[in-house]
Design a protein around this ligand. Structure first.
Ligand SMILES: C[C@H](O)[C@@H](O)[C@@H](O)C(=O)CO
Ligand SMILES: [Mn+2]
Length: 597
């Protein structure tokens, strides 16, 4: 298993079995000890079996040393959890306890409460009582209450409870993993793209992160002064020569680089990737005397400006961006990085959310063109079918660089369906399939005068996916947009004709959002017409509900989504802000404000 690249622990989940403190002749507490601790063990087992950190290790879960019946035991538990690095707590109980006396009062933990739906003892009554305490004290908590009554001796976790526990767990681990980590910008504002005007307060106050910044010249310095791991670079070069095949060069012959110049460009971009990795993680194998460079910037995400100054002069960053965002490189399968092209830090955050929730590699794309069925017919004679037809058209997602190679859809599950896997499930044949589906075409000299290579592949299968965009609105703050949908598998010749009308040497994905016939999801056109910026971050799977839960933990309102209402899971006190889920979300996020302000 790859060792964790980041300094700073991954978040631990602490389970708090709470109980009625009454002993006495009828032994209320004693009669409940086993069932209460049994719930805690079942929840801990569910988390350790189903949740993983981004480095592939199972999420760590601790259980309070004793059941919690009075405030002294609550305090002892808080003490124990502090030492264990607990950022997330789940309180569980089958019975009545004493709400504000036993609740988790730590303002920084992310909280959930599971009240057993059994009627012998009032577990649900405690749940409601303690959630009222959380609301009154401004400490929002998620409430989990099973739909059907369970027998008192039933130790199973019902499906609906399991779904909420895991959604809470995934989102809480994602939220807490970001704490204390850096966003590293290499360069700064790219061609006036607003997302590349990095908003430090947003990272600090909403995500608990910090922003690091290095000038792009740092890469040239390290190349010039050999501040990189020579052996690593040689290994990377050999792997690249074998696995990364050059594609056609679309530049006019007069502008094409010579073979020798192209050879130099390969060395440059491979070395660039080694150095960007070192900037993000640090690297103990740097030459002696480079102790400062060895520590890196503890970056859980980064952005590279690229255009224009760098790319007007040096080979572009598409090779590092494409491969770092993928789930593999010359070291084999490994945790995908988050590297936003054009330093679009807000799209980088969208990618980071998707990665931390799914542990899969992410696509960075321009939301380039809406293609109506009529326009496709006119351009190619083809009648859109399937999801693209159902959505009233499709959206072309294409940006040079930062789309993970995993998005080629050549990786298949046992039934032959295309998917994108967590890196620890990626086999050699999966990696080879992605590399075989990708060519590395000479950079478009119109946009990238300095040359370099762009990854080129077509997403050639239908896969469930979710596109997001983090937007910053002055006076309002951050808002997230979410569009669940599918990649579209067009006939190759149709795809080719449309692709050729734009950047034919860049990675190409056709996307059909799930439409509802109303508002921003009336058709695919309306999704694009409502999209908040030029970029989208795309994750494998329909993860909108997890994203909504994550955003509520971070107090970021969701301004657009196509997730069904019954899947929406936010802290219980959101209900106090009204019956309309969206306006309640906005009001609750305003009242509670960012976690780290
Ligand atoms: C044309 C520009 O150079 C490209 O970078 C453009 O396609 C973008 O990606 C802008 O987001
Ligand atoms: Mn772009």
């Amino acid at each position: 298993m790859a060792e964790s690249r980041l300094i700073g622990d991954y978040p631990v989940i602490g389970i708090r079995p709470t109980i009625d403190g009454r002993r006495g002749t009828l032994k209320v507490r004693e009669s409940l000890e086993e069932q209460t601790m049994g719930m805690a063990k079942a929840a801990a087992d569910l988390f350790t079996k189903n949740l993983k950190y981004s480095n592939g290790e199972p999420v760590k879960v601790v259980i309070a040393d004793t059941t919690i019946g009075r405030v002294a035991e609550a305090a002892a538990c808080a003490n124990q959890f502090k030492k264990a690095g607990v950022d997330i707590t789940l309180t569980v109980t089958p019975c009545w306890c004493y709400g504000s006396e036993t609740m988790d009062m730590d303002p920084m933990t992310i909280k959930g409460v599971w009240g057993f739906n059994g009627t012998e003892r009032p577990g649900a009554v405690y749940l409601a009582a303690v959630l009222a305490g959380h609301a009154q004290k401004g400490l929002p908590a998620f409430g989990i209450y099973g739909h059907d009554v369970q027998d008192a001796d039933d130790t199973s976790i019902p499906r609906d409870v399991e779904e909420k526990l895991l959604r809470f767990g995934r989102a809480a681990v994602a939220a807490a993993t970001m704490r204390g980590k850096s966003y590293l910008q290499i360069g700064s504002i790219c061609m006036g793209i607003a997302g590349s005007i990095v908003n430090v307060e947003f990272f600090e106050e909403y995500l608990g992160m910090r922003v690091e910044s290095v000038d792009e010249v740092e890469i040239i310095r390290r190349m010039t002064e050999n501040i990189y791991d020579e052996d690593e670079f040689k290994k990377a070069m050999a792997w690249t020569k074998e696995k990364c095949k050059e594609g056609f060069d679309k530049n006019p012959t007069s502008a094409q680089k010579t073979l020798e110049e192209k050879e130099k460009d390969w060395e440059f971009v491979v070395k660039m990737m080694c150095i960007i990795k070192d900037l993000m993680n640090g690297n103990q194998n740097l030459p002696k005397g480079c102790e400062e460079e060895m520590v890196g910037h503890n970056a859980i995400a980064a952005g590279f400006q690229g255009q224009r100054q760098w790319t007007d002069f040096y080979p572009n960053c598409d090779y590092p961006e494409a491969l770092l965002n993928s789930s593999f490189d010359w070291t084999g399968a490994r945790e995908p990085y988050i590297l936003a092209t054009e330093n679009d830090s807000l799209n980088g955050v969208g990618m980071l959310f998707g990665k931390l929730l799914t542990n899969t590699a992410q696509i960075f794309a321009d939301v380039r063109t809406y293609w109506s069925p009529e326009a496709v017919k006119k351009a190619t004679g083809y009648d859109l079918e399937g999801v693209a037809k159902k959505s009233g058209g499709m959206i072309h997602l294409i940006n040079s660089g930062a789309a993970c190679l995993d998005a080629c859809a050549e990786v298949k599950d046992d039934s032959g369906n295309a998917l994108m896997k967590p890196f620890w499930e990626m086999k050699e044949k999966d990696i080879d399939a992605c590399l075989k589906a990708t060519t590395w075409n000479a950079a478009d000299q119109g946009y990238f005068r300095g040359g370099g290579y762009s990854s080129r592949f077509l997403t050639r299968a239908e896969m469930p996916c979710t596109m997001v965009r983090m937007n910053l609105v002055k006076g309002l703050g951050p808002v997230l947009q979410i569009a669940e949908g599918w990649t579209v598998n067009l006939p190759d010749d149709v795809s080719d004709q449309l692709w050729k009308r734009t950047d034919y040497t860049w990675p190409c994905t056709w996307f059909a959002p799930r439409t509802t016939g109303e508002g921003a999801f009336k058709t695919a056109y309306d999704v694009m017409n409502n999209w908040g910026a030029n970029h989208g971050a795309i994750s494998y799977g329909h993860i909108g509900a997890d994203l909504i839960t994550l955003c509520s933990m971070l107090r970021i309102p969701v301004c657009m989504h196509n997730v069904s209402e019954e899947q929406i899971f936010r802290p219980a006190s959101w209900n106090a802000f009204g019956m309309d889920k969206e306006s309640a979300d906005y009001r609750a996020c305003t009242v509670y404000g960012p976690m780290y302000r």
